[in-house]
Design a protein around this ligand. Structure first.
Ligand code: CTP
Length: 411
């Protein structure tokens, strides 16, 4: 909950009904530890008052380049120099056009133009009617804004305030918050494709019953989010879990271990990194019934027999690409005791460069965890923390190991 501590954001509002979402966004940014200075155009004030935005940001709102509060009377210089980023949300079609032409006839466009280009990034969250969004003028403007160095976030799709339906809605506050947090992460895995398995598997006994385990998928989903934040393309193969898909991540839902193996294998061909966090069921019923097993009234219970499931990690780690070092495989070990010894043995058994150990009963379903990283040079502890914090640290460790391998290959 402190992902934006120390960041000062100028939040610019322009004219659009999505201004109501900017109020929630302001709160969300502050909840993550940012300080927020709101700047509004005259059009934005038709949609939401500066009183609301002042109360939420705990700072008076700026709306004029002639603001007498600034001793030097240069709010465009002062506000832009303090900022770690300027976020325009919502950004109307008209304001986008102003930005790219370098217009500067109101405080917000003026401070965007006056910002030091290499120090203060400009983040833009477009919001408009679907026809305006699809218009060639807007398409041109978005492309040019990006070419000029601005980060233009996606738009949402769905019902619009005007009654039409399509692309052009501003993203929801939580989605924008995730994008802003991701923006500040260093892009250490850019150009890499990360494949992740997460969650439990479900092995059917009959059409209405099955065997599964207590894995919540939270660690794998956190790693997917962290990898995406640092610029990777991410494919997440998920067993049955109740978690939202992290932004920008491609999710593939599976049920059984064999189902997970098939889809993970299919996606491994384009992947550079594989992180196996799934708690794959070691066995499945060997005699799954096609119809629901009924009580027969005699009081006898059915007998289940089991067959071992394929080992997804070991299968991928034994591929030619993994053995030649082009496909970096990371395993997880959920243990109940003797973590270090079990993790070291498991790393060798699975034939992988890095294994992450954790105590199963202490992590399943929890929001925090503690990890033990085991590789050829020894073990490193990551003390108990939130899963997203650990996931971000783990992604840094993986990127460092891949970079080291790359430099060894070149030598
Ligand atoms: N794993 C897998 N496929 C399986 C079993 C495990 O891909 N059929 C992966 C897990 O995702 C994890 C690692 O292998 O990354 C270790 O899983 P774990 O359940 O701890 O180990 P097992 O191989 O099942 O060994 P054991 O049951 O003996 O602890």
């Amino acid at each position: 909950m402190n992902d934006l501590v120390g960041k000062h954001i100028v939040l610019g509002l322009t004219g659009g009904i999505a201004c109501y979402k900017a109020a929630e966004l302001c709160r969300a940014l502050i909840r993550e530890g940012a300080t927020v200075q709101v700047v509004m155009t005259a059009a934005a004030q038709q949609f939401i008052t500066s009183v609301t935005m002042q109360a939420l940001s705990n700072r008076t709102v700026y709306d004029s380049q002639w603001d007498v509060r600034e001793p030097n009377n240069m709010p465009h210089i002062n506000l832009s120099r303090e900022a770690d980023a300027i976020l325009i949300a919502p950004c109307s079609a008209d304001f986008m056009s102003k930005l790219l032409h370098g217009s500067a006839d109101d405080l917000l466009s003026l401070l965007c133009l006056a910002r030091p280009l290499d120090q203060v990034p400009l983040l833009v969250a477009p919001a408009m009617n679907r026809e305006m969004w699809a218009h060639p003028a807007t398409v041109r403007n978005v492309a040019q804004l990006r070419a000029d160095g601005a980060v233009v976030f996606d738009v949402g799709s769905g019902d619009q305030a005007c009654g039409e339906s399509g692309d052009g809605r501003m993203l929801e506050a939580q989605e924008l918050l995730d994008d802003v947090i991701a923006f500040f992460q260093p892009k250490i895995l850019s150009g890499q494709h990360v494949l992740i398995t997460a969650g439990p598997t479900y092995e059917a006994i009959d059409p209405v019953r099955g065997i599964t385990n207590l894995s919540s998928g939270k660690m794998g989903f956190a790693i997917a989010r962290a990898a995406r934040e640092v610029g990777a393309e991410v494919t997440l193969v998920a067993g049955p879990v109740h978690l939202p898909t992290p932004r920008g991540v491609t999710r593939i839902d599976v049920t059984s271990a064999r189902n997970m193996l098939e889809l993970t294998l299919a996606h491994s061909r384009n992947a550079d990194i594989f992180v196996a966090t799934a708690a794959v069921a070691d066995w499945r019923p060997s005699n799954a019934a096609e119809q629901k097993i009924k009580k027969n009234g005699s009081g006898t219970s059915p007998t289940l027999s089991f067959i071992e499931n394929p080992d997804i990690l070991a299968t991928l780690a034994s591929s030619q690409r993994a053995r030649s070092g082009d496909f970096y495989c990371v395993g997880f070990a959920a243990e109940s005791h003797e973590l270090l010894a079990n993790a070291q043995a498991k790393r060798l058994r699975k034939g992988i460069p890095l294994l992450v150990g954790n105590i199963g009963p202490a992590t399943f379903g929890q929001d925090d965890n503690a990890l033990l990283l085991v590789d050829e040079s020894g073990a490193t502890e990551m003390p108990r923390d939130s899963k997203i914090t650990l996931a971000r640290k783990l992604v840094v460790e993986i990127a460092a190991r891949i970079a080291k391998r790359g430099s060894q290959h070149e030598d």
